[in-house]
Design a protein around this ligand. Structure first.
Ligand SMILES: Nc1ncnc2c1ncn2[C@@H]1O[C@H](COP(=O)(O)OP(=O)(O)OP(=O)(O)O)[C@@H](O)[C@H]1O
Ligand SMILES: [Mg+2]
Length: 375
C-alpha cells in the first residue's frame, strides 16, 4: 500500500509530554506544514501530589500493580484531557481543528536491555479514554515499536532535534535536561547520534523535596551554597551506566532514591553538600558525554526544566568550555521542546513516516512509531 500523499496546507497537532520528573503534563499546539513546525500555544497541568506518589510507587514491583496501573492510566487520561481542553480554550481552537494528539504517556518501566524477547518499555495512559474524552485522534505508545526492532526505544527526540535545530554549517548539540538528561549530536554532515547521559533533575528533585519541602531547587540556589563532596561524586560516577557505550537509555529503574541511598551509606554529608554533589553529578556526566561522543561540537543548546537551573548551567558551561544557550534562540522555547517533539512524532505516524533514528536507538531500521486511536 502506498502511503497517503502529504497534505500541503498547515495542520494542527497537540503534543502532550509527561516526563520522568513527574512534575505534570506539558501541552502544546503545533502547526505543521511540510518541514515547517511552529508552536502556537502552551498549557501546563501539574500532577497532584498523590498522583505523583502513586506513580513513584508503581516504579517498584508490588502486589496488585496491574490493577493500580490500569486505574492510574485512566486518571492520567483524565489529566491529559484536561490539558487538551485547557490548551484548546487558551488557543481559541475546537477539537475538530486538531488532526491528532501525540501523547507520550507516563513511563513507569523502561527495560530495553533485558535479554532478547524480554525487552520492553511501559508508558501509562489510557489512550482509548483520551480519544473518547476529547473526540480527537490520539497517537500513543511511541517507544514500543523501536524496542521491537531491537532498539532502546529512546531517546526519540533526536529525530525532531535534527529536523528543527540542525544547521548545515554548525556542529550543534542539544541537551535536554528533564528527569533524565539526553543529548542529540547534530553534525554538519547530517550524522546524528543521541543517548541518555544519566540523571538530569530527578535525583536533585527527590533530595530537595526530602530536605527542603520544595519540589525542586529553584535556579540551583540551595545546592550552589553547599560544598562538593569529591568522594561521594566519585562513588556516584562509578556506576557502570556512565562508562557504557552508546546506544543507551535509562530512567528511574536505575537512577532512583534507593540508588542514591546505597552511595550515601558510605559517603554521608550534610543535605546541602549532597545537593551540591548531585548537581555536579548531572553537570559532569553531561560534560563527559559531550566530550566523548560529540567531539568538535561548536554550539550547545539546552532545553527542559533543567535549563532553569542556572547553577547547573554555569557548571556545565565551565566543564565543557563552550557557551550554552537556550533553544529559544533557535525558535523553540526550551520549556516546550519535548511536547512539540511529540506533536511532531504524531504527525510522522499519521503520515506513515518513520520517527526513530536507528543510529540513535540501535533499532534494526527506520520504523513508523506509535499506535493510533481514531477520534
Ligand atoms: N526554576 C527552576 N530551577 C531549577 N530547576 C527547575 C526550575 N523549573 C523547573 N526545573 C526542573 O525541571 C524539572 C521539569 O523539567 P521537565 O518537565 O523538562 O522534565 P521531565 O518532565 O522529566 O521531561 P522529559 O522526561 O520529557 O525530559 C523540574 O522537576 C525541576 O527539576
Ligand atoms: Mg515535565
Amino acid at each position: 500500500m502506498n502511503p497517503p500523499a502529504l497534505p500541503t496546507s498547515p495542520r494542527l497537532f497537540i503534543g502532550l509530554m509527561s516526563g520522568t520528573s513527574l512534575d505534570g503534563v506539558d501541552a502544546v499546539v503545533v502547526s505543521q506544514q511540510g518541514e515547517l513546525v511552529r508552536q502556537q500555544g502552551q498549557y501546563f497541568v501539574p500532577y497532584p501530589a498523590d498522583l505523583k506518589q502513586s506513580l513513584l510507587d508503581l516504579h517498584t514491583p508490588a502486589q496488585h500493580e496491574l490493577h493500580q496501573a490500569a486505574v492510574i492510566a485512566n486518571r492520567l487520561a483524565d489529566l491529559y484531557a484536561q490539558a487538551v481542553n485547557g490548551i484548546l480554550s487558551a488557543s481559541n481552537l475546537t477539537a475538530g481543528e486538531i488532526t491528532a494528539i501525540g501523547c507520550h504517556g507516563q513511563t513507569v518501566r523502561h527495560c530495553p536491555d533485558l535479554t532478547a524477547g524480554q525487552a520492553y518499555t511501559l508508558q501509562l495512559g489510557n489512550h482509548a479514554r483520551l480519544a473518547e474524552l476529547t473526540g480527537i485522534t490520539v497517537v500513543g505508545d511511541f517507544r514500543s515499536r523501536d524496542i521491537a526492532a531491537g532498539g532502546q526505544g529512546a531517546p526519540l527526540v533526536p529525530a525532531f532535534h535534527q529536523a528543527v535545530f540542525a544547521a548545515p554549517d554548525k556542529h550543534r548539540v542539544i541537551v535536554n535536561i528533564g528527569g533524565i538528561a539526553n543529548l542529540s549530536d547534530l553534525q554538519v554532515n547530517g550524522k546524528v547520534t543521541g543517548f541518555d547521559s544519566g540523571p538530569g533533575n530527578l535525583l536533585m528533585d527527590a533530595w530537595t523535596l526530602q530536605h527542603t519541602g520544595n519540589s525542586y531547587d529553584a535556579s540551583g540556589a540551595w545546592a550552589v551554597r553547599g560544598e562538593l563532596n569529591p568522594s561521594l561524586l566519585q562513588s556516584l560516577l562509578s556506576d557502570p551506566y556512565f562508562a557504557q557505550s552508546i546506544p543507551k537509555s535509562t530512567g528511574r529503574d536505575l537512577f532512583n532514591q534507593k540508588w542514591l541511598e546505597q552511595h550515601l551509606a558510605m559517603h554521608s554529608d550534610t543535605p546541602q553538600n549532597i545537593a551540591r554533589t548531585l548537581l555536579e553529578l548531572t553537570a559532569v556526566t553531561i560534560a563527559q558525554a559531550l566530550q566523548q561522543y560529540c567531539p568538535g561540537a561548536e554550539e550547545v543548546y539546552v532545553c527542559g526544566g533543567g535549563a532553569h537551573n542556572l547553577a547547573l548551567i554555569d557548571r556545565l558551561q565551565a566543564l565543557c568550555g563552550l557557551s550554552i544557550q537556550r533553544t529559544d534562540v533557535l525558535g523553540v522555547d526550551a520549556d516546550w521542546v519535548e511536547a512539540v517533539a511529540f506533536a511532531w512524532l504524531a504527525q510522522r505516524c499519521i503520515d506513515h513516516l518513520p520517527g526513530n533514528l536507528p543510529a540513535v536507538t540501535g533499532a534494526a531500521g527506520p520504523r513508523i512509531l506509535g499506535a493510533i486511536y481514531p477520534g
